[in-house]
Design a protein. Structure first.
Length: 193
């Protein structure tokens, strides 16, 4: 059995998309009620182009797609260091316990720059198989942190931006967002002095 690990490409969308579906079904079987939206289309849309949100690694066993790992780089202000966040790691059931997951994690570590000192990730609370795998790698659990999320819309971001901008900046932002009418002159900006 030969394991090959390489950079994932847009051409891998079908194989990775199929594994994404399998991963989501597996998480559902554990009780995860997340409304999954990530699929092959999102993989291509957000993983490639001028400003990709993540990068990926594909593992193949004897030429067959066996698993994938998606990651992005970040920063930890507490430790003052760069880190790499593993978004997804999935190995197809028929390829598990053969070193594929470990090969993917080792490849992710090699993708880190010299300044990166840690890989971090989250694990669904009922995914004991994943906990056992990561424990076997020597990873440690960060029990002093709680993962939080805040769903925002474009409108929310605009309101937050307006709240933290100076009055002149807020007026300029509002002016840029206002509909343009060729017949009417642009409104004057308020004085900030």
């Amino acid at each position: 059995m030969g394991i090959t690990v390489r950079k994932a490409t847009a051409a891998d969308a079908t194989a990775i998309g199929d594994m994404i579906k399998d991963f989501q079904a597996y998480l559902r079987s554990l009780g995860d009620e997340t409304e999954f939206a990530f699929d092959a289309g999102a993989y291509v849309r957000d993983g490639f182009g001028a400003d990709p949100a993540f990068a990926g690694i594909l593992a193949e066993v004897d030429g067959a797609a066996a698993g994938y790992l998606l990651y992005h780089h970040g920063y930890d202000t507490d430790r003052g260091q760069r880190l790499t966040y593993v978004i997804d790691l999935y190995v197809q059931e028929r390829f598990r316990r053969r070193g594929v997951g470990k090969a993917l994690m080792q490849a992710a570590a090699r993708c880190c720059t010299e300044a990166v000192t840690a890989l971090i990730w989250t694990v669904y609370e009922r995914n004991q198989l994943a906990f056992d795998f990561y424990d076997g790698l020597g990873a440690r659990r960060l029990t002093d942190l709680e993962l939080m999320a805040w769903s925002v819309s474009t409108g929310d971001c605009r309101r937050i931006e307006e709240a933290v901008l100076s009055p002149a900046d807020a007026a300029e932002t509002a002016l840029q967002a206002a509909p343009r009418h060729s017949e009417s002159p642009a409104p004057a900006l308020p004085s900030t002095r």
